[in-house]
Ligand binder design. Structure first.
Ligand SMILES: *Cc1c(COP(=O)(O)O)cnc(C)c1O
Length: 461
């Protein structure tokens, strides 16, 4: 790596700008960091939308032929260039050989997903046999809860964060009802302290210690979708299991974003979608993890033929030979076109690794934080100026790539101005923007352009 670039973001920006003879906020610094980015070639693996092709742009304000400033990989990742090729290969195969595609070609449909599970396991820090690709995220969460949530009169609660993603909230609520319990009594929601926006690890651990005997399952997100907070999965797992709880995580915003070690941390179960940081396209095939320690104890509550051992699956004799662990949770034959989409993305992850991605990510997000603080910190001498407060923890160990920015003014008009200028990001009324620079394809110049564009959007709204 370049000797000016270290893990200390501020120091890096100061050293680079000093060597270039410019300010740390200059565009030259972004260019320098892009030139010295050891992962910059990965952007070429993706199709980057042009500004003119986004629906809300105003071409009198910007050059439509430029690439958009795409900072919303936390919602939908970009399309890898190979996706179309792989999908077309299977469409061609279907057209040419019909049913024979199940067992022929480079990607036999009958076991297409098996070829991907090792790559997926590497991304989430699991063993290959601990990962299954199947269904959608919420379906997988339900299937896992059906096996891990076995409430009793004394131990019937599920602990999750207050304001969890709605689908997770509803899933937990309905699982509690399904077992004949009352969400009012059994759903334990943890909120930040008054005046605070994110949870303190000590408070999570304390609550588990206090209430653990009544908690059946601790079910947190890995990275909180709204605040961008990365939870201490290892500590939460350890604390929950010490009290006899099962501990599971929804890693929708963590998979492909931060380094996960689901196996080493001893996490009981996890699930995630693949269309956010894993770039598999809307509604892509989702992932599920069950730790191998449960291979002989935790069984799927619902069965289907895809849980049957592949070697004898097609004998069709109705004598189930259930695959151990999470593989036994599979119900249906897999959507091969979705498998193709995920393959294209996981191959890009294979060109690097989560450790290298994370190293870039810390600098990329740190750069965004630096610029936002530089231009928009609260300044008592200029009370009328718009200021921006970053909700996401400032400790890099407690966040992934996303920063959630809270503005001192309602943000809708500003957001519209950003869209007109070719920025793709996420807004939550009244005043929050979620900005996710993803290390696979975002550049330091994207961050520079975003902050510059934010300045003109604020000036013109
Ligand atoms: C994106 C997301 C979902 C979406 O669920 P689907 O079943 O894929 O529609 C659910 N939970 C969390 C935490 C998410 O971030």
């Amino acid at each position: 790596m370049d000797q000016l670039i270290s893990s200390n973001v501020r120091e890096t920006l100061e050293k680079v700008s000093a060597s270039l003879g410019c300010s740390p906020t200059s565009a030259q610094v972004a260019s320098y960091l892009d030139e010295h980015d050891y992962l910059r070639h990965l952007r070429d693996e993706f199709l980057i939308p042009k500004i003119a092709d986004l629906p809300c742009t105003d071409l009198s304000l910007v050059d439509g032929s430029e690439e958009s400033i795409y900072l919303i990989g936390n919602s939908l990742g970009l399309q890898p260039k190979m996706t179309r090729k792989y999908v077309e290969e299977e469409l061609d195969k279907w057209a040419k050989m019909g049913v024979h595609g199940h067992i022929s070609g480079s990607r036999p449909w009958a076991w297409a997903e098996d070829n991907l599970e090792e790559r997926m396991a590497n991304v989430v820090g699991a063993k290959t046999d601990e990962v299954a690709l199947m269904n959608g995220l919420t379906v997988n969460l339900h299937l896992l809860m059906l096996s891990f949530y076995k409430p009793t009169a004394k131990r019937h609660k599920i602990l999750l964060e207050d304001k969890a993603f709605p689908s997770d909230h509803y899933a937990v609520e309905s699982q509690i009802r399904l077992r004949g319990f009352d969400p009012q009594q059994s759903m334990l929601l943890l909120s930040p302290r008054p005046g605070e926006e994110t949870l303190r690890t000590e408070d999570i651990l304390e609550l588990i210690k206090k209430e653990g005997d009544a908690i059946a399952v601790v079910m947190f997100s890995g990275v909180q979708y709204y605040t961008g907070q990365l939870f201490d999965l290892a500590a939460i797992t350890e604390a929950g299991q010490r009290k006899g709880c099962y501990v599971g995580f929804d890693c929708a915003h963590a998979a492909g974003n931060v380094e996960l070690k689901l196996h080493d941390w001893g996490v009981d179960f996890a699930c995630w979608c693949s269309y956010k940081y894993l770039n598999s396209g809307a509604g892509g095939i989702a992932g599920a993890f069950v730790h191998e320690k449960h291979d002989n104890t935790i069984k799927p509550a619902l069965l289907g033929w895809w849980g049957h051992d592949l070697k004898t699956r097609f004998k069709m004799n109705n004598v189930l030979e259930l695959q151990p662990g999470v593989k036994g949770f599979r119900l249906c034959n897999q959507p091969v076109l979705l498998v193709c989409c995920l393959q294209a993305s996981l191959e890009i992850f294979e060109m690097t690794g989560m450790q290298a991605l994370r190293r870039k990510s810390l600098l990329l997000t740190g750069y965004l934080e630096y610029l936002i603080q530089h231009y928009y910190s609260e300044d008592p001498t200029r009370p009328l100026k718009t200021h921006v407060h970053i909700i996401t923890p400032s400790d890099p160990q407690q966040r992934g790539c996303q920063l959630s920015l809270s503005f001192s003014i309602p943000i809708r008009k500003v957001y519209e101005q950003l869209q007109k200028r070719g920025v793709a990001c996420d807004m939550r009324e009244p005043s929050v923007l979620r900005i996710a620079p993803t290390p696979l394809y975002n550049t330091f110049s994207d961050i520079y352009r975003f902050v510059e564009t934010l300045g003109s959007a604020l000036a013109s709204h």
